[in-house]
Ligand binder design. Structure first.
Ligand SMILES: [Zn+2]
Length: 197
């Protein structure tokens, strides 16, 4: 039986062996202190590699195209962020970081740590990768970008003809895969595998 300190209230709890898909909650503050996910490192590695392939068309192909006065123009995620650099550089950087850099780093770091654990290879840099994963997962905000994109689409659709580009469908697929990866990634379990195996 292992012991875990609750990150929210510092309560020390013993964690029993639980089946996959179950969580352990703190008896004092009811926060989730441990979860046992369905997916093992091999499954997460497969999902991360698929997500890394999806990143390219999701970022490269146009998300939406606008048709105004006989001119059709498509914009992809990178162009959308770079367009704001002159007028709002801070916003452009935040969009680039949270919608492009952080998700790419997060998926890459989970893929790397999953590959190491799946093949039972424990390099000295693996703890650094796990720490980067823990830090960067709070900054990966593909879903926030999606919500803001939908708001922009609903506001613009009355004034111009809007079409969803190929990149939009790749982005939806990437978003769903990213959410599945994050919900199945278990930070505690990866550290345990690194220390015990
Ligand atoms: Zn607690």
């Amino acid at each position: 039986m292992k012991t875990i300190i609750c990150r929210h209230c510092d309560m020390v709890s013993h964690v029993p062996n639980i089946p996959s898909g179950y969580v352990v909650k703190c008896i004092r503050c009811d926060s989730v202190i441990y979860k046992k996910s369905w997916c093992n490192p091999s499954g997460l590695l497969a999902m991360c590699l698929t997500a890394l392939i999806l990143l390219v068309p999701a970022f490269y192909y146009p998300l939406i195209s606008t048709h105004l006065l006989g001119i059709t123009e498509g914009t992809n995620l990178l162009q959308g962020a770079l367009m704001m650099i002159d007028n709002a550089p801070v916003v452009a950087f935040v969009v680039l970081f949270c919608a492009v850099i952080a998700p790419t780093l997060l998926i890459s770091s989970i893929a790397l740590s999953s590959a190491c654990l799946a093949f039972n290879y424990h390099p000295s840099y693996l703890p650094k990768i796990l720490k980067i994963t823990y830090f960067i997962r709070h900054w990966s905000m593909l879903e926030v970008y999606m919500v803001s994109l939908m708001v922009a689409i609903f506001k613009l659709m009355n004034d111009v003809d809007l079409y969803f580009g190929v990149g939009f469908y790749f982005f939806i697929a990437l978003l769903l895969l990213n959410l599945t990866i994050i919900s199945n990634y278990n930070h505690h379990s990866y550290w345990e595998k690194y220390i015990n195996e």
